[in-house]
Design a protein around this ligand. Sequence first.
Ligand SMILES: C[S@@+](CC[C@H](N)C(=O)[O-])C[C@H]1O[C@@H](n2cnc3c(N)ncnc32)[C@H](O)[C@@H]1O
Ligand code: SF4
Length: 390
Amino acid sequence: MASRSADRADASQFGVYLHWPFCLSKCPYCDFNSHVRRAAIDEARFVRAFAAEIASTAARVPGRTVSSIFFGGGTPSLMQPQTVAAVLDAVARHWRVAPDAEITLEANPTSVEASRFRGYRAAGVNRVSLGVQALDDRALAELGRLHSAREALDAVGIARSVFDRISFDLIYARPGQTPQDWAGELKCALVEAGEHLSLYQLTIEPDTPFASLHAAGKLKIPDEDIARALYDTTQDICAAHGLPAYEISNHARPGGECRHNLIYWRAHEYAGIGPGAHGRLDIDGARYATATEKRPEQWLARVENDGHGLVSDDPLTREEIADELLLMGLRLAEGIDPARYAVVAGRALDPARIAALQENGLVEITAAGRLRVSMPGFPILDAVVADLAA
Ligand SMILES: C[S@@+](CC[C@H](N)C(=O)[O-])C[C@H]1O[C@@H](n2cnc3c(N)ncnc32)[C@H](O)[C@@H]1O
Ligand code: SF4
C-alpha cells in the first residue's frame, strides 16, 4: 500500500537533479555513472533531451516550486556555460524556481574548468562543489586524477572569488595514510575551505580497477582500527574548526549545509533528469521511485523516441518509504522525527530496540524528541539502521 505524500515531505522542498555522464578519464576508484568519449559531445542534442525529460517530468508533478537544482556527474564542469544556461531555462519554463534556490554544479578542479566558472555564474549557478580528493600529488596520481594539488587549490581560490558558496571533496583512508598524515592534510584543507566540505572514506567499489588491485593484494587500505582513528580525527579537527559533521561524510558551518543533499536525506521530493538519474515523485498520494537509462546514447535515443528515459517508475510501499526515511535520515546529525516515521510506516519504531541501542551508546533521543545516531554509532550506521528497521 502506498502512503499519503503529505505525511512524508515538506512541500516547500523540491529538488531537480541533472546528471552529466561524461568525464575526461575514468578514475580507478569511481563507480559513478560516468563515461569517457573520444568524440566531442553534441551538447545541443543533450540540451534538447534534458528539456524533453524536464517537460515530461513536470507534466507528472506540475506546480512545484524548485528549491534546489544540482548538476552532478560525471563531470558537469565539462559542459559549456551556455549548455548549463539552456538547461536552467528549461527547468524555469516548467516549474517555478524559488528566488533563493540553491543551484549547484559539480566541478573538477582543473584550470580549464575554473576558466568557465564566471560563465556558470552568469548562467545562474550559485554554488560549486569541487572534487579535490587529496592535497598530495603522489596520492592524486595514485587516484588517477588529472590535476595537481596546486592546480586544485588554485581552482578552489577561483571558485571562492566567483561564488559565495563553495564546497570541495576529499577522499581519506587512502592506501598507507596514517591519522597523522591525514590530520596535516585536513588542516591545510580547512584553511582553504569555504562553508562546506565533503570528506569521504575511500570505498572499494565492485568492478572498478581498485577492486581488482585490492583483490590481488596490490592495494592495501587502512584496517578497521586505523579507519576508525581516521574517522575520529576527521570529526575532531572539523568540529574544532567550526565545520562539524551534519551528515556522516559532510561538514558545514551552520547555515552552509548543502540544501540539495538535505532534500535526499530528509526524504523530500526530487526529480531525476538525465542518464542514470534517480527521482522520488509524489503523485496522487503515492511516492514513485524513478530511474532512467544509464547509458548516455541509449538514454538520448529513448528520450528522442518517448519523451523520457525512464527504465523504472514504481510506487513504493509504506514499508519501503519508512525504510528510506530511516536509512537516509539517520545519516544526519539531526536524526529523524519518530512521529513522522510512525505516520509513514503505520507503526512506531520498537521502543525496546531503541532502548537497547541507547544502552549501548549507539543512538540518542534529543531534547526535541528526535532519534539520532550518536558519535560511536556512526561508524556502524548500517547495522544500527538494520536493527531499527527489523
Ligand atoms: C561524482 S563524483 C565528483 C565529481 C567530479 N567528477 C570529480 O571527480 O571531481 C563525487 C565524489 O564522490 C567521491 N567518490 C567517488 N568514488 C569514491 C570512492 N570509491 N570512495 C570514496 N569517495 C568516492 C569523490 O570525492 C568525488 O568527488
Ligand atoms: S571521480 Fe569524478 S572525474 Fe573521476 S571518474 Fe568519477 S565522476 Fe569522473
